[in-house]
Write a protein that binds this ligand. Structure first.
Ligand SMILES: [Zn+2]
Ligand SMILES: [Zn+2]
Length: 282
């Protein structure tokens, strides 16, 4: 199946966007240059590279500066909220001014792993939402077993936040509607391809086509043909193909829609994304 998909891509010269990847996560991509080359060969010409905290934020920006078709998202993941300080927010402040930074994220709540206390997660989620508002950036939201609280906090900022992406969406139709109503895009990842994800496929079938994104969340959550292996941006094609299958569309149509949605939500110009590597900043 992997070969079939890759061949199909070569034939059709499709453009795909991976709306959420962690290619600078420590130790996971020692072969980053090869990973990015495979992504381009597979037609994945835009990768939104998301920092998990201050440890990788500067590197995520550096990668966006030196590699074509990569944009940076910086922020502190809810796992890191327990250790977050005012100094960290100040450090983010100087980084967020970089033109390669297109959003603040991933921020939100994770009550599944609960690596940081709930109240502390909520506090830093609010403060980073306010930070995004101050910087006029959209946000990338992470929520796990915390959707009702995530939604009620986002509603507090309705009219202030500029929207963004609910990444790795795996909620109910009601939750999908609530995020859409707040102006968010919904991004689907590898689990959409899993045999037991029937309910999620039902949801993905009905989300308006102009509000859907696809992502890998690599190195995690590999889609079905590569399940159990390290994930990488090239594999986003499997999730896009799944979306095409459940909606009765061609891969080409899903690629085109999710490509332009990714450009739209992150405020990117296609010409700039497709431009050859700029001469590296000193
Ligand atoms: Zn996440
Ligand atoms: Zn992520």
């Amino acid at each position: 199946m992997q070969r079939e998909i890759v061949h199909k891509l070569e034939d059709m010269s499709i453009r795909l966007a991976d709306s959420h990847a962690h290619i600078d996560l420590e130790d996971h991509f020692p072969d980053q240059a090869a990973v990015l080359r495979r992504a381009r060969e597979a037609g994945v010409l835009l990768v939104i590279n998301v920092a998990t905290g201050l440890t990788d934020a500067a590197q995520v920006i550096a990668t966006a500066r030196t590699s074509p078709g990569i944009a940076a998202v910086i922020g502190v993941h809810p796992h890191g909220a327990g250790a977050m300080t005012d100094q960290d927010l100040a450090a983010l402040d100087s980084l967020a001014a970089d033109p390669k930074v297109v959003a603040i994220g991933e921020i939100g709540l994770d009550f599944y792993r609960r690596r940081s206390p709930e109240a502390v997660q909520q506090q830093w989620f609010r403060r980073q939402l306010e930070f995004a508002v101050a910087h006029k950036k959209v946000v990338v939201i992470h929520t796990r077993e915390a959707t009702p609280v995530t939604l009620s906090i986002l509603r507090e900022y309705r009219g202030q936040i500029l929207g963004g992406v609910m990444h790795c969406f795996d909620g109910s139709p009601t939750e999908a509607h609530a995020f859409l109503d707040l102006g968010f895009y919904l991004s689907f990842s590898g689990p959409l391809t899993y045999p037991k994800a029937g309910l999620l496929r039902e949801v993905a079938k009905k989300v308006p086509l102009d509000r859907i994104l696809v992502e890998t969340d690599c190195p995690y959550l590999s889609p079905q043909p590569w399940r159990g292996k390290r994930n990488e941006p090239a594999y986003v094609v499997a999730t896009a193909q799944q979306l095409a299958d459940i909606r009765g569309l061609t891969l080409d149509e899903v690629a085109a829609a999710t490509w332009s949605n990714t450009l739209a939500v992150f405020g990117l110009e296609e010409a700039a994304v497709l431009a050859p590597e700029e001469t590296a900043n000193p």
